[in-house]
Design a binder for this molecule. Sequence first.
Ligand SMILES: Nc1nc2c(c(=O)[nH]1)N=C([C@H](O)[C@H](O)COP(=O)(O)OP(=O)(O)OP(=O)(O)O)CN2
Ligand SMILES: [Zn+2]
Length: 143
Amino acid sequence: MYLLKAEHSFDSAHFLANYNGKCRNIHGHRWKVEIEVKSESLIRGGQLDGMVVDFTDLKRDVKEMVDFYDHALIIQENTMREETLKHLMEDGFKIIQVKFRPTAENFAAFFFHYMEEKGYDVKRASVYETPTNCAAYEKSEGK
Ligand SMILES: Nc1nc2c(c(=O)[nH]1)N=C([C@H](O)[C@H](O)COP(=O)(O)OP(=O)(O)OP(=O)(O)O)CN2
Ligand SMILES: [Zn+2]
């Protein structure tokens, strides 16, 4: 089995609603996202001979995916007062609302499925909130 890994980072703020601790406050991370793709075989012939995929393409797609979240305030839907949200948006802040609680685990699963939908055979998606806090998502055997 061959495994390829590409990573990219983005800087964003978030908060965990209904969290009893410091993470309930808006705070920022340099989120590092690692995507691993797998293949039992290599491409034969042509420019991609001997590759699973071209790193250039994989890196571009990972960067494109995470750049969307760069320098934003990421908010789980319905966890901020309408009025507050409205004012922040009116003042031109980049707000991204997500359907899930913005934890490293949820982002790992989200990025995993995003890359799968792009056509990659994804082995694992890992999201670092800090250099020492990492969550990963991969499919259970047989699924
Ligand atoms: N399983 C998870 N636990 C926590 C998550 C998460 O996504 N998954 N997220 C948070 C917070 O977002 C927080 O920013 C990270 O927690 P923490 O380790 O406390 O952050 P610090 O690096 O700032 O820790 P210090 O050791 O105080 O510097 C919480 N938990
Ligand atoms: Zn955090």
